[in-house]
Design a protein around this ligand. Structure first.
Ligand SMILES: Cc1cc2nc3c(=O)[nH]c(=O)nc-3n(C[C@H](O)[C@H](O)[C@H](O)COP(=O)(O)OP(=O)(O)OC[C@H]3O[C@@H](n4cnc5c(N)ncnc54)[C@H](O)[C@@H]3O)c2cc1C
Length: 353
């Protein structure tokens, strides 16, 4: 008899399984995707969507349509709790969804609660990525009136790409702006000095200011309060601090890694519940916690596609073997990228610009 396979989150690691969802359906299984949005945005192109290099329709997957066209059921909602003993998912509406096999790809969130008490006008966390499209819309509305002040909180790759692409958005729309990035202890502190120098050189040339050695204590309406007692006024602020998996796994009593991600073995399967799998930022790989970058999620696609069928019907599972290194290219918003791989670094022209 067919079983019920539930995907939670239509993120980067689920796309191959969703694309081939009819394979599960044709074998008599019922398939449901529960996701907080009908679209999934590819994060690597998010900063380019902010500046207008890409249009939203070039950056996103219509996961609702992908699911329904292949015979699955789509539910637009958030899973807020998991009851693994009764194999049930609790949604924000209170509805319960039973499952035989479940796969999580719910991503991560910016822990904004330490900085803001609740949503604030013109303050945009960089995840979910759709926020960047909403920010673009609000900025374009405000641009003709004044010289705008932008504050970016976070000195990692996301903060760098946001500052760079804001610069492009302003320049292409003949606006005036002061862009300030508050980089915490040190801009790109985890990267080699050469990468940092290339970014700082590019910023200096374009008048993007960087503040280092100072932390943001909190964000209030129009003001960033800094750890050195000074404050910085803004018209628009972006929060690009480190990301964390959602607390749903820990709150549901499931085994998690240190970061709160669902603890999985090399089959991407919960170490406690064989019918529970997952991929992307929301998992913590036992013995080898991975950086929260989309490249790992993308490479987990074929493993999940195969192992979910094995979890439904029995049979051997495939192991996920993460690559040792990965490459990042920072979209600098001026038609150039800064390419970094652990084995080297350098400037790269962006072919698609
Ligand atoms: C600005 C920016 C740029 C980045 N650029 C790069 C890059 O160039 N290269 C790179 O490798 N990484 C990049 N990253 C990191 C990258 O965002 C993550 O590693 C990647 O998004 C992880 O993919 P994911 O599928 O796990 O999660 P996500 O992409 O966040 O997808 C999660 C999905 O789950 C859904 N969801 C969330 N919560 C629930 C819930 N409770 N119930 C149901 N559904 C839910 C969401 O709607 C979403 O569709 C960037 C990040 C940012 C913020």
């Amino acid at each position: 008899m067919g079983k019920h396979l539930v995907f939670v989150g239509g993120g980067h690691a689920h796309l191959a399984a969703l694309l081939h969802l009819d394979r599960y359906v044709q074998r008599g299984h019922q398939v449901t995707l529960i996701s907080s949005s009908a679209y999934h945005y590819y994060s690597g192109m998010g900063p380019g969507m902010l500046s207008g290099i890409y249009r939203p329709q070039e950056v996103r997957f219509h996961v609702k349509k992908l699911t329904q066209d292949r015979g699955g059921l789509f539910v637009e909602d958030r899973v807020v709790k998991i009851d693994p003993l009764n194999r049930s998912l609790i949604l924000s509406t209170g509805e319960q969804v039973p499952y035989d096999v479940v796969s999580f790809n719910t991503g991560s969130e910016i822990p904004v609660a330490s900085l803001i008490a609740g949503p604030l006008e013109n303050v945009f966390p960089v995840k979910p990525v759709v926020n960047l499209f909403q920010a673009r819309h609000s900025i374009l509305k405000a641009l003709p009136q004044n010289k705008l002040k932008f504050a970016i909180v976070g000195g990692g790759p996301a903060g760098v790409e946001i500052a760079s692409n804001l610069w492009r958005l302003i320049a292409e729309n003949n606006g005036k702006a002061q862009i300030t990035l508050i980089g915490g202890k040190r801009l790109l502190g985890d990267f080699p000095e050469k990468v940092r120098t290339l970014v700082l050189k590019s910023f200096t040339k374009r008048g993007i200011e960087v503040i280092e050695g100072i932390y943001v204590k909190r964000i209030q309406k129009g003001t960033v309060v800094l750890s050195d007692v000074k404050s910085l006024a803004f018209d628009f602020a972006f929060i690009a601090m480190g990301i964390k998996p959602l607390p749903i796994f820990r709150d549901s009593g499931l085994p998690t890694g240190e970061d709160g991600g669902l603890l999985v073995n090399s089959y991407l399967q919960s170490v406690a519940h064989p019918g529970m799998l997952g991929g992307g930022d929301c998992i913590s790989l036992s013995g080898r916690p991975l950086a929260k970058v989309g490249v790992y999620a993308v490479r987990q696609n074929p493993i999940l596609l195969h192992n979910l069928l094995a979890a439904l019907e029995g049979g051997g599972m495939q192991t996920f073997q993460p690559q040792k290194d990965y490459m990042l290219i920072f979209n600098m918003g001026d038609g150039r990228g800064i390419l970094w791989k652990k084995t080297g670094y350098g400037m790269a022209g962006f072919l698609s610009f």
